[in-house]
Design a protein around this ligand. Structure first.
Ligand code: CDP
Ligand code: CDP
Length: 211
C-alpha cells in the first residue's frame, strides 16, 4: 500500500527536518515541495517567465546552492500565488506521493490540495520569534549575513502572503493533527511526529482498503 504522509505549516516551522526524519524512520521517500517553488522563484529572478520556469523545472534546478536564501524565499512565495505555477507542479508532487514504498511530502497545501487522501496529515507550527531564531541560526551557520529581525520580517511577510492567496492558501486541513514545536528540541519534535504517524498509520491500516 502506498502510504502518504502530508506535513504542512508556516515558514521555518521544522517541516523539512521532521519530514526527513519521519521518512528515514519509516523507510519512505521525502519531498520538500518548497524547493519546487524556490527553484521557480529563482529562475524568475534570473529573468524567466514564472509559469514557463515552473513548467520546465529540471532536477538540477532543485540542487542550486542559493535556494535557501531569504531573497529566493520571497520570490518563491510570489510565484506560489500564481495559479498556473501551482498547476504546473501538481502532477510531479502527486506522482511522488503515490510512489510505492511510501512518501512524505512537506509544504503548505499537501494535506489540503495535493494529497487530500493522505493517510496522516501533520500541521507543524512554532511561534514567530522561535521560528525566526531557528532560521537565523541556520542562515548564520551557512555564512549568510542577516539579522534576526530581517529573518522575522521575511517569515511574517511570506506567511501573510501564503495564507491570503486565493489558490491553495496555507491552512491546516480539517483532519490535520497540530504539532506545536515552540518548546521542543529537534529530537523531541521528531519523536512526537513519529509517534503521531505511527498511530495514524495503524488506524489507516485498519480502515483503508488495499490498493
Ligand atoms: O522546513 P521548514 O522551513 O518548516 O523548517 P526546517 O528547515 O526543517 O527547520 C528550520 C530550522 O529550525 C532548522 O535549522 C532546524 O534545524 C531548526 N529546528 C529546530 O531548531 N527545532 C525544531 N524542533 C525543528 C527545527
Ligand atoms: O523552508 P520555508 O518554510 O521557509 O519555505 P519553503 O517550504 O521552502 O517554501 C518557500 C515558499 O514556497 C513558501 O513561502 C510558499 O510561498 C511556497 N510554497 C507553497 O506555496 N506551497 C508549497 N507546497 C510549498 C512551498
Amino acid at each position: 500500500m502506498a502510504f502518504t504522509i502530508a506535513i504542512d505549516g508556516p515558514a521555518a516551522a521544522g517541516k523539512g527536518t521532521i519530514g526527513r526524519a519521519v521518512a528515514a524512520h519509516f523507510g519512505f521517500a521525502h519531498l520538500d515541495t518548497g524547493l519546487l517553488y524556490r527553484a521557480t522563484g529563482r529562475r524568475m529572478v534570473q529573468g524567466l517567465d514564472a509559469v514557463e520556469a515552473a513548467q520546465s523545472l529540471q532536477a538540477s534546478d532543485l540542487e542550486a546552492d542559493d535556494l535557501r536564501t531569504p531573497e529566493v524565499g520571497q520570490a518563491a512565495s510570489r510565484v506560489a500565488a500564481i495559479p498556473e505555477v501551482r498547476a504546473a507542479l501538481v502532477d510531479f508532487q502527486r506522482a511522488f506521493a503515490r510512489r510505492s514504498g511510501g512518501a512524505v511530502l512537506d509544504g503548505r497545501d499537501i494535506g489540503t490540495v495535493i494529497c487530500p487522501d493522505a493517510e496522516v496529515k501533520l500541521y507543524v507550527t512554532a511561534g514567530d520569534d522561535e521560528r525566526a531564531r531557528r532560521r537565523h541560526k541556520e542562515l548564520c551557520e551557512k555564512g549568510h549575513e542577516v539579522t534576526v529581525e530581517e529573518v522575522l520580517d521575511d517569515l511574517r511577510t511570506r506567511d501573510a502572503r501564503d495564507s491570503a492567496r486565493a489558490t491553495a492558501p496555507l491552512k491546516p486541513a480539517d483532519d490535520a493533527i497540530l504539532l506545536d514545536t515552540s518548546a521542543m528540541s529537534i529530537e523531541a519534535a521528531v519523536q512526537a511526529a513519529i509517534d503521531l504517524v505511527t498511530k495514524g498509520l495503524a488506524t489507516a491500516g485498519q480502515t483503508d482498503h488495499p490498493q
